[in-house]
Ligand binder design. Structure first.
Ligand code: NAP
Length: 374
């Protein structure tokens, strides 16, 4: 077991985790972040370090990072004499992976320490809390912030499982550019914002994208729904569900069988890829029986407007406790709240740590490359 008792351990590596790290590092709490392990299992589950934003493309709705012509934004937003410190270095918005790398670096610059490993067990019955990792390390912490996020769901069909990695995926951005999908018909299952985003992205590669949705109306926001309906390469199959992924051992996925939800005959379509975009499951398996979870396995917050979980000293931030908003900006906001809650709770316990604020560092002097590819 590591001798040092950490003030705050943060588990996760999405916007909530990095924001919690930035705030707790600036409060001199010297946070230790477990950003997740780089394993094939995590790649397949979509739980590699940097979270779900690392699996997206351009980010259009994170305040401060407008997409499009940044020069024009600066011209309209900031008077020329105030621009010298804020000259834009590039002309486009930020991508999800870039935004995550920037947040991570910002946390590192304030002294955050990072371990690239999964937390597999959190003992909340002892004080300090005990954190055990996949690689077998054991750490102690006075306070813990859970920011493990959520991961994409699958339907649970045997054929879906059989063809994972051979045409079935839950991440268009990760897999869409693979040669097997080029100029071929592809299928996206779901009718929410994620499904539209995936379908839209896949039209860069596919000959046609079929969106398979079980109702006659998309759940996606108006602007996203409009994007899907106006894209000539997206063909929406209303009132249908994916009944089976068709394929063989040589070619992988070759098509799908769709079932009607309104009594129409089954349909078979040729397709070389199937992308699932049917919602998410929170990453709370290692917390079952330790912290209160709701029926959908999301962490339950014990007080409205606070990030307290059912165990004092353990806080929650981001999608792991939010099945409603699930936005990068709300995750970042609750990451800030969790760090402040943890700081105040530690102070109330007599751990006064924020006397000297760490030096602010402008450049990436603490830049440390992390190998993310498998
Ligand atoms: P979501 O909004 O929950 O949508 C899930 C979709 O999958 C729904 O259309 C649902 O159908 C369908 N579905 C669920 N279970 C199914 C099943 N067993 N079989 C067939 N279809 C099934 O999830 P999401 O699209 O991942 O979005 C999650 C949150 O992230 C939302 O708040 C969304 O706004 C946000 N988000 C935003 C953006 C963006 O702004 N660019 C991008 C991605 C996600 P029903 O409609 O019939 O329930």
């Amino acid at each position: 077991m590591a001798e040092k008792i950490e003030n705050v351990v943060i588990i996760g590596s999405g916007p909530s985790a990095w924001t919690a790290a930035i705030y707790s590092a600036r409060a001199n709490l010297e946070p230790l972040v477990f950003e997740g392990a780089i394993t094939e299992e995590n790649r397949l589950a979509g739980t590699l370090p940097l979270g779900q934003l690392a699996l997206t493309t351009e980010v259009e709705n994170f305040p401060g990072f407008p997409a499009g012509d940044l020069e024009a934004y600066f011209d309209s937003a900031i008077a020329p004499e105030r621009r010298q410190l804020m000259a834009p270095h590039h002309k486009e918005g930020v991508s999800g992976p870039e935004l995550m790398e920037l947040m991570r670096q910002q946390a590192v610059n304030f002294g955050t320490r990072i371990i690239t490993d999964d937390v597999v067990d959190l003992d909340v019955a002892t004080r300090p809390f005990v954190v055990r990792t996949l690689e077998g390390a054991v750490h102690q912490a006075r306070a813990v912030i859970i920011a493990t996020g959520a991961r994409a769901n699958y339907l649970g069909l045997p054929s879906e499982e059989r063809f994972k990695n051979r045409g079935v995926s839950a991440c268009a951005v990760c897999d869409g550019a693979l040669p097997r999908f080029r100029n071929k018909p592809l299928v996206v299952v779901g009718g929410g914002d994620s499904a539209v985003e995936e379908a839209d992205y896949l039209t860069k590669f596919a000959s046609v994208v079929y969106m398979v949705h079980r109702r006659d109306q998309l759940r996606a926001s108006k602007i996203m729904a409009q994007r899907a309906m106006s894209n000539p390469k997206i063909n929406i199959c209303w009132n249908t569900t994916l009944d089976e992924v068709l394929g063989n051992d040589t070619d992988g996925v070759t098509g799908v069988r769709l079932k009607s939800t309104v009594g129409q005959p089954d349909v078979e379509l040729q397709a070389s890829g199937v992308f699932l975009a049917i919602g998410h499951t929170p990453n709370t398996k290692f917390l079952e029986g330790k912290l209160a979870l709701n029926e959908k396995k999301y962490l339950v917050l014990s007080r409205p407007g606070r990030t307290y979980t059912s165990v004092e000293g353990v806080f929650a931030a981001g999608d792991v406790a939010d099945d409603y908003y699930r936005q990068a900006i709300t995750a970042a906001g609750t990451g800030c709240m969790a760090a402040l809650d943890a700081e105040r709770w530690l102070a109330a316990q007599g751990h006064e740590t924020s006397a000297a604020r760490p030096e602010r560092r402008r450049g990436p002097r603490h830049w440390r490359r992390r190998e993310t590819s498998l």
